[in-house]
Design a protein around this ligand. Sequence first.
Ligand code: FAD
Length: 379
Amino acid sequence: MNYKSSQIDVLIVGGGLAGLSSAIHLSKQNLSVLVIEKNSYPKHKVCGEYISNEVLPYLDFLEVDVFKLGAKKIDKFQLSTPKGQLISADLPLGGFGISRFCLDEALANKALESGVEILQDVVEDIQFSNDEFSVETKNNAAFKAKIVIGAYGKRANLDVKLDRKFIKTKSPYLAVKTHVKGDFPENLVALHNFEGGYCGVSKVEDDSINLCYITNYESFKKHKDIQEFQEQVVFNNKHLKTIFKETVPVFDQPLTISQISFEDKKPVENHILMCGDTASLIHPLSGNGMSMAIRSAQIASLLIIKFFNSELSNREALEKQYLRDWNTAFKFRLKTGHIVADLFNQPRISELLMQGLKWFPDILPHIIKRTHGKLMTIK
Ligand SMILES: Cc1cc2nc3c(=O)[nH]c(=O)nc-3n(C[C@H](O)[C@H](O)[C@H](O)COP(=O)(O)OP(=O)(O)OC[C@H]3O[C@@H](n4cnc5c(N)ncnc54)[C@H](O)[C@@H]3O)c2cc1C
């Protein structure tokens, strides 16, 4: 292999929210940054596309204005059980709706504008020796870099190569997403449960309604196809039936992904700093993976800058501090998220919970607060 080492300080594997946010941040400090992303922009992704407002100060720092891109401001929340019991609440911090098609492309453009190099290729191998990384791609490109950020999302072949524990367990979850046109309040995000899953509903920048649901494979495989599954399972929730039946699809076919894992992962593996879903994925029912991805990018970037400024004495100090800061930011949030998702996964308990929440409606904003972060600060 002929390794190119032309002054790459930070090589970022994956140009999604975490990878691109980090790339922009680091390039602001004149570090040389290469992002390797397997897809071109723009591209639709399976995601609920509702982002917590906690990221707004940081997006402002990165100079990405989501409202100029048409993002919808969202401050109301609805939750329903499989039997259709419905409760509503104000969102304590609120959020916005924007498609990944639009947001990822805007971040990629900003990264290019800031001097980041983006290469379209697939990273196939990352080795660490003599205090530097050697990275190889599918198209036989090879690079040396001082720091590597792993921001390649939920799962990739790289996880097998890195022998990560979570990849050895089969994950039972799959997800389906589509965009539709029709009536739905612009300022609302709804989470409607059905037996074996839940579906998020909210509007994005072009007035499309995002419908994105997660279910388990056990429940899905009893049905011939997506259409039959929706008719026989999803539509048992009357709110979902109305939304699906009274709107018009924008996509020819829904997008699907499988093998979604909520297992614990390690935020540092083989000296690679993992960001976003590569470090951990929270249940979308009870947390905001997108804002966690963006926040983890900030945590990693701040420490990497300290590492290059010699404020952190060596790589070990960098890795230890990243682990500490990551755990402080996310550990509690992930735990609460998992507990809430597990409870709603049990039909009888979720109906009882909803009764309780109806009697004591003030509790819901507290639960939301515990699984959502505080407004990010710029350091
Ligand atoms: C069904 C579902 C609904 C969700 N809804 C919401 C929601 O409404 N709100 C919310 O906040 N969060 C939601 N999430 C979570 C959110 O989608 C993720 O947390 C977020 O996308 C994480 O961003 P990321 O940058 O870590 O990863 P990604 O956005 O997945 O980016 C990873 C990038 O890496 C690239 N890549 C992968 N492998 C390689 C490789 N080997 N070489 C080069 N490039 C590679 C991919 O092409 C991709 O662009 C949802 C998740 C699911 C599954």
